[in-house]
Design a protein around this ligand. Structure first.
Ligand code: TYD
Ligand code: MG
Length: 455
């Protein structure tokens, strides 16, 4: 038999290489490749067509109880989940350290436990005393949550096996877990994958909703857990800027529901508060219009969210390389918009530093925000405020055209309800109605003429 080949697994993304390299060819992180135990290769000569156990087949419409969703008691959490926790499902909750994952799960765990459903919360990061202190601060000490500080998956599963299966099992975090059947330190890809596999198997067999907390690396992927994304049913991310109050819970993958609804929370002294109307949160609330600020009407699932985009342009005297810094939007997309503004509209950003910020710690990924970003940039460049109470929407193509976006009419109507009275965007927006004064702009150059020109 051939000698098993060595393989090296990236500890950040799970990519596999057959030789050691300084940089991962998949995610471009440095020094993340580590040798992994070689996969056992079974000979393909075995006949697999006999000797197995019979598999039971069922009809899709087989009568009988389907698993019922269990509400968490936090409406915003349920909204992002698509209605609640599904028994026997596994959820991966990712987010930056300190963003509030443990707080969110402790609050949900307490609500579920108070309703009489069993809840087990295993913390691998904090001692029980620390979690209890937090529960006391949040006023949750009376909730019958079973709490443990443990990191051994064998210990956890053995203990769970000797009691009634809980409705919810929280593992905080999967990177601190280890299994003695697997080589490697906790947090390595093989440990994370192996521990998750065992825990998920327990959850599926016992109809337990399992939440695995996963840390996020600096490039935004959940560390190691990228290898978990296909193993779990739901992948959620908890986002926000730590210096801001607001937190957004978003499903990135959901086998049981849509992924377009978000949950919005505010971090306060007594834990996370639910925000059921987030439409005006991400506006600065300033009265006079200011140069470099544009409002984008976002839609999150069924709810409108108005978001302020702020741009600052600083001209450089020396020939130093100008900085481009972005908070809450995509770097590559900013570079693209600057290139389009330069080549199609004749603006010159080459000797200027460009800073772009989305207010309130919100993260924008909707391409419909292009025009609002462009408007903020041009307004900052010209040092002229945009028309007061105006919203901007549209995708910008490389040719400098302003392209239609999804739900254009709905976005404008919602903005009008919230007191905005002018809209700018692509030429055709269906269903805008007469809610507000609307200007269709075909080309980005029209926007530049509007703002810099004499109109
Ligand atoms: P935590 O849930 O520990 O974050 P994670 O598990 O994602 O690492 O949240 C930690 C932060 O939340 C901490 O910096 C303090 C803040 N916080 C509050 O502002 N109010 C509170 O009531 C609690 C419990 C935490
Ligand atoms: Mg935590």
């Amino acid at each position: 038999m051939a000698k098993p080949k060595k393989r090296y697994v990236c500890q950040a993304c799970g990519g596999v290489s057959h030789r050691w390299q300084g940089q991962c060819p998949d995610c471009a992180e440095w020094n993340t490749l580590a040798e992994d135990a070689p996969a056992t290769v079974f000979s393909m000569k075995h006949d697999l067509s006999s000797g197995g156990r019979a598999v039971e087949f069922v009809e899709l419409d087989k009568p009988g109880a389907l698993p019922q969703r269990q509400p968490t008691g936090l409406a915003e959490f349920d909204r992002a989940l698509g209605g609640g926790l599904v028994p026997g499902s596994a959820i991966l909750l990712g987010g930056d350290p300190g963003i509030g994952k443990s707080t969110l799960l402790l609050q949900a765990a307490a609500r579920i436990a108070r309703e009489g459903r069993g809840v087990v919360y295993v913390s691998g990061e904090e001692a029980s005393g620390q979690v209890r202190m937090r529960a006391a601060r949040l006023g949750l000490s009376d909730a019958p949550v079973k709490l443990a500080a443990a990191t051994g998956v064998r210990d956890i599963l053995t203990s769970l096996g000797s009691m009634d299966a809980p409705g919810l099992l929280v593992i905080d975090s999967i990177q601190t877990m280890h299994s003695d059947t697997i080589e490697g330190a906790p947090g390595t890809v093989s440990q994370v994958r192996g521990c998750a596999f065992e825990l998920i198997r327990y959850a599926k067999e016992n109809g337990v909703a399992l939440v695995l907390v996963g840390h996020v690396t600096k490039d935004g992927s959940i560390a190691g857990p990228r290898v978990l994304e296909h193993m779990v049913d739901v992948v959620m991310s908890f986002e926000g800027e730590r210096s801001h109050q607001y937190r957004i819970l978003r499903a990135l993958k959901n086998r049981f529901g849509a992924v377009d609804e978000i949950g919005v929370f505010a971090m306060a002294g007594e834990g996370l508060e639910e925000v059921d109307n987030p439409s005006m949160l991400f506006l600065s609330g300033r009265d006079e219009p200011m140069a470099g600020s544009a409002v984008f009407p976002a839609i999150e699932g069924t709810r409108p969210v108005l978001v302020e985009i702020q741009a600052l342009i600083v001209r450089l005297q020396s020939g130093a390389t100008p900085r481009r810094a972005v908070v809450g939007w995509d770097n590559g997309r900013l570079a693209m918009l600057l290139a389009v503004l330069e080549s199609r509209c004749g603006l010159n950003f080459s000797a200027a530093e460009v800073y772009l910020n989305v207010a309130g710690g919100y993260r924008l990924s909707d391409p419909a925000a292009d025009l609002a970003v462009a408007a903020a940039l041009v307004s900052a460049m010209a040092d002229k405020p945009l028309p007061p109470r105006s919203v901007w929407l549209g995708e910008v193509s490389l040719a400098g055209e302003i392209r239609p976006v999804a739900h254009g009419g709905l976005r404008l109507r919602e903005a009008a309800k919230l007191g905005f009275d002018r809209g700018f965007g692509p030429v055709d927006v269906k269903g805008a109605g007469s809610a507000l004064a609307y200007d269709g702009l075909g080309q980005l150059a029209n926007l530049v003429d509007r703002i810099i020109g004499n109109s």
